[in-house]
Design a protein around this ligand. Structure first.
Ligand code: FES
Length: 247
């Protein structure tokens, strides 16, 4: 590759202009450079006002998601040389309101996470002196894949249903609902499922599968959602049927 690449960044400065615009930055290229490194170079050497999120730089915190050449990705885990283009386009994650440059508003995602109650719910707690709630390896295996989610919101940016129907609870939150529903230490699956079988829940997913394609942690939200549909349907029937039979 050349000694330099052009980073074409989508800028949005609502205090200056109501519309986003593109700005090109010529960045010295190194073979070990990630997209995040190039953004950091721009911020450190060319324009300190460029806004983007990052923290761990190792694919763990989930904060550096952006659209790279039209695909939602973690910028800290995307090599520039993988893209193989002299001009690399970087923009904010799709389907979210943009606050500034590459920084998007996460409030909707946070609200949806809470909605599915992504925590262990118990009918009763045993006293501490009776020890921890141990699990067999095969019980951990039931949810291990979904527990790898880093809440990066990349699956939401990839999901065409969320793009069309913003009220859809969405892939990561539903995958986390699955993760807790199959956890043998949890007793909240009925309550959780009740929140997923409404108009904005499971049935909105048409199994496009793009969430699983773009997920940087191989969580497979699309598969988790499909596996929730059978228990969701049974619970919906249990709720709907009695009033119909009483008529
Ligand atoms: S900076 Fe933490 S995941 Fe990219």
């Amino acid at each position: 590759m050349a000694d330099e690449i052009i980073l074409r960044v989508t800028r949005y400065r609502p205090e200056q202009s109501p519309l986003p615009f593109h700005e090109d930055f010529a960045v010295p290229f190194r073979n070990d450079m990630m997209v995040l490194d190039a953004l950091a170079y721009v911020k450190d050497h060319m324009d300190g006002s460029l806004a983007f999120r990052w923290s761990c730089r190792m694919g763990i915190c989930g904060s550096c998601g952006a659209s790279v050449e039209g695909t939602p990705r973690l910028t800290c885990s995307t090599f520039l040389h993988e893209i193989r283009k002299p001009i690399v386009r970087v923009g904010p994650l799709g389907h979210f309101p943009v606050i500034k440059d590459l920084v998007v508003d996460m409030d909707d995602f946070m609200r949806k996470l809470q909605q599915v109650m992504p925590w262990i719910i118990r009918e009763s707690e045993k006293p501490l002196e009776r020890g921890e709630y141990s699990q067999l390896p095969e019980q951990v295996e039931l949810y291990r894949q979904q527990s790898l989610c880093i809440n990066c919101m990349i699956c939401y940016a990839g999901c065409p249903v969320y793009g069309l129907e913003p009220e859809f609870i969405g892939p990561a939150a539903l995958a986390l609902a699955y993760r807790y529903n199959v956890d043998t230490r949890d007793h909240g699956s009925k309550e959780r499922l009740a929140r997923l079988i409404g108009r904005t829940g499971l049935w909105e997913c048409t199994y496009v599968g793009e969430c699983s394609v773009v997920c940087p942690k191989n969580v497979d939200p699309a598969g988790a959602i499909q596996r929730l549909k059978a228990p969701g349907a049974i619970q919906a029937i249990q709720i709907l049927l009695p009033p119909i039979l009483r008529r």
